[in-house]
Every structure is written in C-alpha cells, then in structure tokens.
Design a protein around this ligand. Structure first.
Ligand SMILES: [Zn+2]
Ligand SMILES: [Zn+2]
Length: 289
C-alpha cells in the first residue's frame, strides 16, 4: 500500500517504508497478518541519491528490508546503507544478525546512533555483545561488509542532503526521536516514548509542521494507566501530538503484541473519526513525499 503525500511538489522524492510495526516481540498468527508481526524497522530512500539507503532500527523487520533491497535492480549500485537506531531494546535490534546486505563485501554498513548524551560510549560493543558465540554462530567481524560505527554529531545526513535533528525521549534507558528534512519535506519519527500525565510539549515542538509524523501508540488510555513507566504512549496521545503540531499526516506504530488485526482496525476507525488523515502502520506500507 502506497500513500502519496508528495502532491506534485518539486525536488527529489523521499520514500518512507514500514518493514516492522510491532513493539516488544514478534508475533506470527493468522490474526496478525493485516498489520504484520515483525518488530520495528522503517526504511528511508530517495531518488536524490540512488547509491545509498537508510533504515531506522533493526527489529526483525530488517530481514525483509534486506531481501527487498537485494531484489531491486539498482542494488549493485548501492555503496552504503545507514542503520540508525532510536535505542537498543531487543525489539529494535533483533533482526540485525539477519540483515543480508551486512554480509555483502561490496557494501559499507554505517551503524549510527545520533544524540550526543547517550549513556554508552562504545557503539560497536552493543552489536559484538549481541553476536557473541553463546548467542549467535557468526561474529560481528565475520559478517563480511565494511562495517563502520559512527556518532555523527554534526552534518547529520541520512540520505542525500536530508538534514536530521534528534530529540531525547522519555523511555526506560532513553530513546531518540528523529526529524528528517529534505527539499522542504519533513518526516518525524517518535517511537518508544512516554508522555506522562500531560503531553510532552518538547515532542510537539519537535514535530511541528511535519508532513508525516510517525508516533508510537502501543496502548489504549485504559491500558496506559496499567503500564505507567513502561515507556509507551496511547492512541489519544499520538493524536494530540499530531493535532498540536499541525502535522499533515499521522501514522501510529509499535503495536502491542496482544493487539490483533480486529482490535487494531477498530482503533484505527476511532482515530480516523477524530483525525481523518491518520492510520495505523502496516508492514509493507510506503509513504512517498
Ligand atoms: Zn520498542
Ligand atoms: Zn524500547
């Protein structure tokens, strides 16, 4: 499913795709096929720079992104892939060892964590720990691609000349939101964040005027009350941020693993009565700006 938010605007096209929409843990069941069962992974590509691709988070959805990328006719021309992380909870790194292009010697993989105040100092160790022999048969160094670990503190470019800003979000252990701007088009991604009693106005300011806001919505208001301190948001809160920030379109993701298609379709309908230009993210969905 492709949603066109470009509306014939000039400049390079920006494409934003969902390869994993689930929070916490993957689910595989016939009641979960519409919205998908893979954990968080979002892709960002632009016809401005065909030799590069970017992906936000490496949940189990990154396996599908790697396969889709390799199937593209332009794959042999791709020189580097940026993998940028919101944070390193399991549901955002689980798929990393299964990302096919990371085994391709012809490709440079740039693992990035933006945000200067991150607690850890050794980004490489996050992944070499994950791939210790006890947990996985292939070591990080044996994967084969030219793997770089970078903290870009200035000149934050994800794809082409896209300008990137980050914001620290309220989440156990910390997480980071991203604002990506290219040729006057803006995408804001805020997943794994908890607002507290009131909406975090820092997030509203950060999202202001975005063409596309990706905001997590793991819970209903009732569920949120039972999960205070777990680091997540409700559908109502995502809608409030979108309306206060006057965004063009809202897509809600990081679906709870207990929420099946029927449940999510019902929530989506309710949300659309409040804000027609919104939906819940589905695996395979693409936005064009
Ligand atoms: Zn998560
Ligand atoms: Zn998390």
């Amino acid at each position: 499913m492709t949603i066109d938010l470009n509306l014939n605007r000039p400049g390079p096209l920006l494409k934003f795709g969902f390869y994993g929409t689930r929070g916490s843990i993957p689910v595989a069941h016939s009641d979960f096929l519409e919205f998908g069962g893979n954990t968080t992974c979002m892709s960002l590509t632009s016809d401005d720079i065909p030799e590069a691709a970017s992906v936000i988070d490496a949940g189990t959805g990154i396996r599908g992104f790697g396969k889709a990328l390799k199937a593209m006719p332009g794959y042999p021309d791709i020189e580097y892939i940026n993998i940028v992380f919101t944070h390193f909870h399991w549901d955002h790194i689980q798929g990393f060892p299964f990302f096919d292009p990371a085994y391709d010697p012809g490709i440079q993989i740039r693992v990035m964590a933006m945000g200067t105040d991150r607690e850890f100092k050794d980004l490489k160790q996050v992944f070499s720990d994950q791939m210790q022999e006890r947990y996985f048969p292939v070591k990080l160094e044996e994967m084969g691609s030219d793997m770089q670990f970078i903290y870009p503190e200035s000149d934050r470019r994800l794809v082409g000349n896209a300008r990137v800003e980050v914001i620290e979000q309220n989440h156990p252990g910390g997480s980071w939101g991203y604002r990506i701007e290219l040729a006057g088009k803006t995408i804001v991604v805020c997943t794994d964040l908890e607002h507290g009693e009131n909406i975090d106005m820092r997030i509203v300011d950060f999202a202001i005027g975005a063409d596309l806001l990706v905001h997590e919505a793991q819970y209903t208001n009732e569920e949120l009350e039972l999960h205070r301190g777990w680091g997540h948001s409700s559908y109502d809160q995502a809608l409030k941020v979108a309306r206060l920030a006057d965004v063009g379109y809202l897509v809600m993701t990081h679906h709870d693993p207990d929420h099946d298609d029927a449940f999510l379709l019902a929530r989506e309908k309710e949300c659309q009565t409040i804000m027609p230009n919104c939906c819940l993210a589905r695996e395979g969905m693409e936005f064009v700006l």
